[in-house]
Design a protein around this ligand. Sequence first.
Ligand SMILES: [Mg+2]
Length: 317
Amino acid sequence: MVDRTPAVTFGEDQEISKPTTVYIWDMDETLILLKSLLDGTYAGVFNGMKDTKKGFEIGKHWENHILRVCDEFFFYEVIENYNEPYLDALSEYDDGRDLSNYDFSNDGFSSPYDDANKRKLAYRHRSIAEKYSQGLHKVLDQQMIKLWNDLYSLTDSYTGGWLSSAHALLEQTLAKTKPSASDHSSEMTPRSIITKDQSINVLVTSGSLVPSLAKCLLYRLDDVISANNVYSSWEVGKLQCFSWIKERFGSPNVRFCVIGDGTEECAAAETMRWPFIKIDIRPASPYRFPGLTMEMVQSYIDVIYGPQDSKDEKMKG
Ligand SMILES: [Mg+2]
């Protein structure tokens, strides 16, 4: 599991000066494959070497799991018409009330979408964030966990390791943040931590928010992307989400990088003057999974921002 505790701070000056890279990932046909399995695009690029029907069936199974998690744990039947762009969007309405005995099924959440109902939705968002941080193993029964594990393995093998290699790359981005094994020794000094780069993974997806959170859990991205770093561009568009992300994380030492397969994120990244890496599902492309590496991502970042002056890297070399 990835340590989600905030980066160690040794006073504000060091924290501000710490180089940070914010990776902004698209979900569908980037970190995961779903639509291209359902519509046969994924199998199609393999010129008959992949079983299209099998891909379709895999996609259907995922859809069922996603809906089930949405409905059983994320109040989806009640809140699906109230999509917000991110979980914290209603935090101003949340009075922080203890929800451990709150009766979600009888609080009368409905239209109109006034302040009282926004508070009830904010409670649900907080509950969703809590469940997300606990993970699906806490809530699914053994039979469901087995079905889910089998489906993940089947999908990963059908796609030549797309899911697991995308996950591995996200893990690598975060590994840059964490102190290396040697840093755990008694020699550890504050300086050895504050010279490390910090990395943040953010997801911006055109899907609606709650199903996207369910997908992150089911596709096992919850240990590399936290719930409050998931954005739905469904109504607001990717450019608006990117602007919010810039406002939230932006500082002189922060670099951004967008990775996705769509024209919308490409155009939005261009407007923001951020590097953009276009995912291409065709098997000969290196910009896919497996294929994309940290070195490739870094080279795109260096083109826009210039090579990073990293003492760590020089020492390793
Ligand atoms: Mg996409």
